[in-house]
Every structure is written in C-alpha cells, then in structure tokens.
Design a protein around this ligand. Structure first.
Ligand code: 2U9
Length: 358
C-alpha cells in the first residue's frame, strides 16, 4: 500500500524535522491528530471490504504506533535538550557577592551573659539552670530568709494563686534557688554559676519587673573569702578588659551569707566620664559572702565539714557599665534603633581567645 508508505514516510519526516516541543506538537496534530494524515486514512477504512479492512487496519495501526513512538522519542530528546539549556542559562554564579541584607543584632543582655559565662567557664565554673517558677522552699526558706522578711511580702514578689495546701508558687526573685537545687542534688565540690531571669514587683527608673542575674557558688572543704575575692578580681579585669581593677569588700548583710560583703570596683570619674580601673572612686557591682551555715544545713551539708562562697551580679548593670548604656528601661523597650546602636553582630561570639568585645 504505497499510500500508507508515503504517509508513514511523511509523518516520520515531519516528526524528525521538529526542532522544538511546539513544532513537535504541531507534527503530532498533523499526523495523529483528529484531522491528521494518519487519522484521515483511518477514516477511509470504512469504505473497504471486510477483508481489505482487516489487513489495511493492522498496517495502519502499525504506522500509527510507529509514528507515536517516534513522537515520544523526539519529545524526550527535546525535553532533555530544553532542560540542559535551562540549566546552562540559570547556572548560579557562586562567586557573585551576596545582596546586602538587613542583619539582626544580639541583644546586649545576651552578649554580656555570654561574656560573663565565658570568663567563669574558663575559671572552671559550670553553668547551672533551674525553673523561673519556684516554690517558697527553694526561693526563700532554704536560703535562710525568715517568714517575716520583706522580700516575701506580696508587694515584692510575684505570687501565683494559692494551692489546696495553702502554698503558692512564685516567680523566682533571684537565681539562688538554682544553687539550692544543685546542692541538694550533688555532693561537693561544687563550682557553678547560675545565669538567668529573675522577677520582682518593682518598676521605676532603676528597676524593671524582670531582670537578669548571674550568681556564683563554690562549696568545698577549705574554701575561704580569699578565694571569693580572687575569683571576683580575675572576673572584673577580664570582663572590663582593664589590666588592674581594684576590688573592695564593703561589709553588708544578706540572710544567705555570713559574713556578707558588697563588691565595689575602682573607677575614676574625671571630666564626668566613668572609667573602670585605678582611680579615686568606687562603684558597686554586686554582693557576696560566705554561704550561711543554715543554708548549708538546709541542703544537707554539714557546716563543720563544708564551707563555700557565693556572689551575685546584675547583668543589666554590668552591660550598662561596660557598654555605656545610660538607661536601664531601654533594655526592654524593643526599639530596633536602640538595638542597632547597642546590639552586637551575630556569630561574633565572645571568646577569651578571640576577644570578648569586637
Ligand atoms: C546560695 C547561697 C548564697 C548569692 C548572693 C548577693 C550576695 C547579691 C545582688 C547583686 C545585684 C542581686 O542582682 S542583684 O540585685 N546579689 O548581693 N547574691 S550573695 O548568695 C547565695 C546564693 C545562693 C545557696
């Protein structure tokens, strides 16, 4: 059947000539489409005798399959070619400089906490953590804070609702309960720092209801106040990055330490500018003392066998002193302009070897 051979040759030629997916689709329509050459021949089968139709039908179906296969093969080849071209066209040039993007900042509280932790870690302290929601025992009783102490009053501490047994949870007023929990769970020697959030019902120029503390605790058999002072001296010189920072203990009182001392560091205030280091003035940076025997006993330790020191510092205050931030309340205003000014570049993590401040 010459006509069939011609149609086949023509259809295959049409498919072979198609240089694009669009051209191939046109070739498909022209051959196998409803009004295509192969389909037209199919329609002529109706006019044939049954015998003729049988042979011609089989041949025609074979042509149809052949053309369909040629189209499928051509389609796959064209698609592969199109993909190759697309990949070549859209190749990423990794050597191009990145587009400038607005960068976030590390909040000074987080930065200063990291700096302080890095220094104490270098000295061999471990970081200890505990819950923000505490109970009366860990926050007050175990710390030798008597029932009538003002810190326990409703207006100084954030209390939760009363439970069936009359007790109430509270938001910890200091990180000291972390040290209580550590002492109850571990045998000395203990050498920990407890950084974290603390809460007090206080809000004015110099107080915010939530603030941050870092407290330290060392318990061993021969620990004494000289170790406390040495630890603090090492800390302040490293933290303020000043060669010599005088440290002075001023007698004080805390229920959980005996003796207790306020910690002052030397500074000068010439020309209205505060400079940490040797100078005529003193600046308070925290409190400290030897852990009270009652506190040791509450944690199951024999004060005749163990003794230790503790200290506490406010993180906001340390950040204000080191980075010249004048107003405490701005720490919690969430003002992005402030954060851009006082914040730190991400990934510029403070380390003792790489530098605490850059
Ligand atoms: C235990 C025993 C003793 C931690 C201490 C202070 C003194 C202190 C203040 C500094 C500034 C709190 O943020 S602040 O207002 N802290 O004066 N803290 S001694 O003493 C402890 C803690 C835990 C078991």
């Amino acid at each position: 059947m010459d006509q069939l051979d011609n149609i086949r040759a023509e259809a295959l030629a049409q498919v072979a000539q198609a240089q694009s997916l669009e051209a191939l689709e046109a070739a498909r329509v022209a051959t196998l489409g409803k009004k295509g050459s192969v389909s037209a021949l199919m329609a002529s089968l109706g006019k044939m005798s049954p015998d003729e139709r049988k042979t011609a039908g089989a041949q025609l179906n074979a042509v149809k399959d052949q053309v369909a296969e040629a189209i499928a093969t051509a389609k796959a080849a064209l698609e592969a070619k199109a993909l190759e071209e697309k990949l070549a066209r859209e190749r990423v040039d990794v050597t191009l400089p990145v587009r400038p993007e607005s960068q976030g900042r590390i909040h000074p509280i987080a930065q200063v906490m990291d700096e302080m932790v890095a220094i104490f870690a270098q000295m061999g302290f471990e970081v200890a953590e505990g819950p923000d929601i505490e109970d009366d025992f860990h926050n007050f009783t175990a710390l030798n804070i008597p029932a009538e102490h003002p810190a326990r009053q409703m207006h100084d501490t954030f209390y939760f609702g009363e439970k069936d047994d009359g007790s109430r949870h509270l938001l910890r007023t200091h990180t000291s309960p972390v040290q209580i929990r550590t002492m109850l769970a571990n045998k000395p020697p203990i050498r920990i720092i407890a950084p974290g959030r603390t809460y007090r019902c206080d809000s004015d120029m110099t107080h915010t209801p939530m603030f941050h503390q870092i407290e330290g605790l060392v318990i061993d058999k021969t620990t004494h106040m000289g170790h406390l002072k040495g630890t603090l001296m090492e800390f302040v010189t490293t933290f303020f990055e000043v060669d010599e920072v005088p440290v002075r203990f001023r007698p004080s009182f805390f229920p959980f330490t005996e003796p207790s001392a306020e910690v002052d560091i030397g500074c000068s205030r010439e020309g209205g500018e505060l400079r940490i280091g040797k100078g005529a003035s003193w600046l308070e940076i925290g409190g400290s003392g030897m852990v009270h025997p009652n506190v040791l006993r509450a944690c199951g330790l024999d004060p005749d066998e163990y003794q230790g020191f503790a200290f506490g510092m406010g993180v906001e205050r340390m950040a204000m002193l080191k980075y010249g931030i004048p107003d405490l309340r701005t720490f919690f205003d969430s003002d992005l302009r402030w954060l851009k000014h006082y914040g730190f570049v991400p990934l510029d993590v403070p380390t003792l070897s790489g530098g605490l401040t850059r």
